[in-house]
Write a protein that binds this ligand. Structure first.
Ligand code: ADP
Length: 594
């Protein structure tokens, strides 16, 4: 990305603050003129005093002169302070507002992106966060620098340069010649540093990611006593990062010295040149101070040039991936416009194939029919593709080929939001948001009243348990047990009241008692809906009217429990294994003796 492209991308974000920018610019110009006053006053002072000395004027006249000078300088300082305050304040306000808009824009955008965006390895949560954070902070720093630092400094420099030219063309030329040399060196510096900067970004992302992974896997790390191994892994990244940082600093310092040297040469030339004109009686003695101060006003901002280069480069590097995320139209979830008055729940899957974005083929030529108001169980070993079918039915992904019809209409034609409003998903581990139990249930229907919430809680048989808590429905939902949280998730479904429900191993994470307790909640939510359940629980499978058996991404059997069991095929094998793992013989014996 080039600088002009970057500015083009930032412009829409600055549009709402046109007035603010206008005032900042006006203040900048006033400030730049005020900044030159000192040079003029000093020249005037030196010249006047030397004239007083030559003429041997009484001290009284000198005091009068000093009075005038002090009054002018004081007034200038007051004006300058006010202008600077206004300029900094407006600039900062702009930065804060734009930072807010950038953050909001990216969050708004990624929420509309496909599931594939979130599951992609480049967007692992740590990496995505670093990319977004680094992008926003470098962009806002750029805006801040531009309006608070760069613009005033450069306005200063240009006005000082004009003053130098007006005072003397040769002196002006010295100032002018220094600028391109500085530019050239700063650019060299920036080029040398850009490789280091890219590396730095990679290290930062990896480091963040590693810490997140470390926290996630702490139980395993500790139980295997692998703390040293993990520390070593982290140390490797740290060391590489340090080396990179040191190299960056070294390069920066070398270039800084060169630039400082050139600046000093400029100062010396200005002094020699002006002294020559003074001795030649073409200029008054005050011109020496005058020119040095003006030259300083020209070189001060240019001294910052490498920093500006750095920050623009930062902004270019970091904002590249920020805008990549922001403008990734290909990630937008596709949506049709079909919104029927109601959904019956007949799902026909016809010869679908599906490959995950990472290239993993998960579904091969799958066909099945899911009849409305029936319970269909998807059975198969882990990795068979059951959850993938649910992902496809929820439109989280689109099949590569084949068709999925809902009530005779292709899923692609459906308005995606509408579809999801009418489809409920209960997962193995349902997300419980930070907040109260009431708010967590209400997530199913944001406009639900407390009475609706209570009614839903009663339907999943958890109302009494909630009432026993000190704060009732206002208690923190995180405090609930796994089984209770799962019931909260099912209560959410009652509020949402979808025509179709997908249950993806809803009891897999629960113990036997919780599973037993939750059974009645599940039975309640199934009534009058089309249900697809993925489960390893024998009771839930037997309860289903229709069973589809999957193996390695394909459907291998399809029918009722009795039909499939009698066939002595894959289902028979899986079912027997499940039953044997339960040790049915001993269980029945124990129950008989009871
Ligand atoms: P099941 O639900 O039957 O256990 P899944 O549908 O979860 O199986 O997975 C089917 C296959 O697809 C597995 O091999 C799994 O590793 C793979 N898979 C699942 N999710 C993803 C994903 N987001 N990206 C790539 N591969 C995936």
């Amino acid at each position: 990305m080039t600088i002009s492209q970057l500015f083009k991308k930032i412009t829409p974000f600055t549009k709402p603050y046109k007035n603010l920018i206008f005032y900042t610019l006006i203040l900048t110009v006033i400030g730049s003129f005020a900044a030159q006053v000192n040079a003029f006053i000093l020249k005037y002072t030196v010249d006047s005093i030397s004239e007083l000395l030559v003429n041997k004027t009484p001290l009284r006249m000198g005091l009068h002169l000093l009075g005038i000078i002090s009054a002018i300088l004081l007034s200038k300082e007051i004006i300058y302070s006010i202008v600077q305050f206004g300029q900094k304040f407006y600039g900062e306000k702009l930065r804060i507002m734009i930072a807010r808009d950038f953050s909001q824009a990216i969050v708004d955008k990624i929420l509309t992106y496909k599931m594939a965006f979130y599951t992609s390895s480049v967007n692992e949560s740590g990496k995505l966060q670093t990319r977004i954070d680094a992008g926003i902070s470098s962009l806002t720093r750029l805006v801040q620098n531009f309006f608070i630092d760069i613009l005033p400094l450069f306005a200063n420099a240009i006005i000082a340069l004009v003053c130098m030219f007006i005072a003397n063309v040769y002196v002006g030329l010295v100032g002018l010649i220094i600028i391109p040399i500085y530019f050239y060196i700063s650019q060299l510096q920036a080029q040398r540093l850009s490789g280091f900067r890219r590396n730095m970004r990679k290290y930062r992302e990896n480091k963040n990611n590693q810490i997140i992974n470390l926290i996630d896997s702490i139980t395993v790390i500790k139980s295997f006593v692998r703390e040293d191994l993990e520390a070593k892994r982290h140390q490797e990244i740290q060391y590489e990062m340090t080396e990179n940082q040191m190299a960056t600093r070294k390069t920066s310092f070398i270039f800084d010295s060169i630039k400082s040297f050139i600046e000093q040469i400029g100062v010396v030339i200005v002094i020699i040149l002006t002294a020559y004109f003074v001795l030649n009686e073409q200029m008054s003695i005050g011109a020496i101070m005058f020119h040095i101060m003006l030259f300083n006003n020209v070189s001060a901002p240019i001294r910052q040039l490498h920093r500006i280069y750095d920050e623009v480069n930062d902004a270019l590097i970091y904002s590249e991936s920020f805008f990549e995320i922001l403008e990734d139209e290909g990630q937008k979830e596709p949506s049709g416009s079909y919104k029927p008055a109601s959904i019956k729940g007949l799902i026909e899957i016809k010869n679908i194939n599906f490959t995950y974005p990472n290239g993993h083929r998960a579904i091969t030529d799958v066909s099945m029919t899911i009849r409305p108001n029936q319970n269909t169980a998807l059975v198969g070993l882990s990795g068979a593709g059951k959850s993938t079918i649910i992902n496809l039915l929820d439109k989280f992904y689109e099949p590569d080929s084949g068709q999925i019809l809902l009530d005779g209409v292709d899923l692609k034609e459906y308005d995606t939001d509408f579809l999801r409003e009418h489809v409920g998903l209960v997962l193995q581990r349902n997300h419980i948001f930070k907040g109260s139990i009431a708010d967590n249930i209400r997530y199913g229907k944001t406009e639900a009243t407390l009475d609706d919430v209570i009614e839903a809680a009663k339907k999943v048989y958890i109302h009494e348990q909630i009432m026993e808590l000190a704060n009732g429905y206002e208690s923190e939902a995180h405090l609930l047990s796994g089984g209770q949280q799962q019931r909260i998730a099912i209560a959410r479904m009652f509020l949402k009241n979808p025509a179709i429900i997908f249950l993806d191993e809803p009891t897999a994470n629960l113990d036997a008692i919780a599973t037993e307790q939750i059974k009645n909640s599940l039975d309640a939510i199934k009534v009058g809906r089309t249900v697809i359940i993925v489960s390893h629980s024998i009771s839930q499978i037997i309860d289903s009217e229709h069973i589809v058996v999957m193996e390695k991404g394909r459907v291998v059997e399809d029918g009722t429990h009795e039909e499939l069991f009698d066939r002595h095929g894959t289902y028979h094998k899986i079912f027997s294994a499940m039953a044997n793992s339960l040790n049915i013989h001993k269980i029945t014996e124990s129950l008989k003796e009871d």
